[in-house]
Design a protein around this ligand. Structure first.
Ligand code: HH2
Length: 262
């Protein structure tokens, strides 16, 4: 899954795509590089980010989705109305970083459209989530949350086969908690749905490589994180540099199979 942020303030690519045409061109490059889908988002969820209005979120994403008609697009939103508009414009998946906590009606919108749904765990909200993340056991708490949200989505009519789960790396978690979630990813995988991870360029990886104050990790660090998550059962990867991840994960998968051809 290639990341296409149409925001002025996203943590690694904020302001990168100046116009809708730039964003759509970047998305098409990611698909040409081997992405299975592109995740278009109009509201930054980086630590400290302020929410944008629904009108502004729509203003940012609609022109990009219009230009991407026919391409496999996921919409990164936690708002039901934004999801509804995006699905009407051809998006095939909704990626909700609040796991239906912000607008539970979103599940019905996904169900009506017959779309896929990604449910992610977040503690708190982006504006404050990194101030004091607190867990007894981060892995079992994230797993319990995801199990409960999966049940909620299914009860709202989204078929289980259309749902994937995401531990939400960096969303209300310390660097140690993020690494622990990847180390024990088997607990999330055991829920029985495909697991998506977003480690790409996140500060936990930069901390590992560069020390305390680093904020944006390199693509090499990101690839290392993705391969470690793959080894523990992740099957979907939300990434900025698609080509390096496609190549690294193709090799990791070939080693897993023990054959060159899939
Ligand atoms: N991470 C970000 C945004 N959306 N969605 C899922 N499912 N998983 C993630 O880990 C995830 C996500 C944050 O990264 P980015 O989009 O690059 O930055 P921003 O939120 O500042 O736009």
């Amino acid at each position: 899954m290639g990341v296409v942020n149409v925001t002025p303030d996203s943590f690694s690519d904020g302001g990168l795509h100046g116009t809708p045409a730039d964003a759509a061109a970047a998305a098409r490059r990611m698909l040409a590089d081997g992405a299975a889908l592109v995740d278009v988002g109009g509201e930054s969820t980086r630590p400290g980010a302020q929410p944008v209005t629904e009108v502004e979120e729509l203003r940012r994403i609609v022109p990009v989705l219009e230009l991407l008609a026919g391409a496999p697009v996921s919409i990164d939103t936690s708002r039901a109305e934004v999801a509804r508009r995006a699905l009407a414009l051809g998006a095939i998946m909704v990626n909700d970083v609040t796991g239906l906590a912000r607008e539970p009606d979103l599940a019905g919108v996904v169900a009506d459209a017959g779309a896929d749904l990604c449910l992610m765990h977040m503690q708190g909200e982006p504006r404050t989530m990194q101030l004091a993340p607190r867990y007894e056991d981060v892995v079992s708490e994230v797993a319990s949350f995801l199990e409960a949200r999966l049940a909620l989505a299914v009860a709202a009519g989204v078929p289980e086969e259309r749902i994937c789960l995401d531990p939400g790396i960096g969303f209300g978690k310390t660097p140690g908690q993020n690494l622990e979630l990847v180390r024990r990813l088997d607990r999330i995988v055991a829920i029985g749905r495909p697991v998506l991870v977003g480690l790409s360029r996140k500060s936990t990886l930069a901390r590992v490589v560069e020390g305390r104050d680093a904020r944006v990790a390199t693509d090499a660090a990101s690839v290392g994180g993705a391969v470690a998550a793959f080894d523990r059962g992740a099957t979907l990867f939300r990434v900025h540099d698609v080509r390096s991840h496609v190549e690294a994960l193709a090799v990791a998968a070939a080693v897993e199979r023990g054959t060159v051809a899939p």
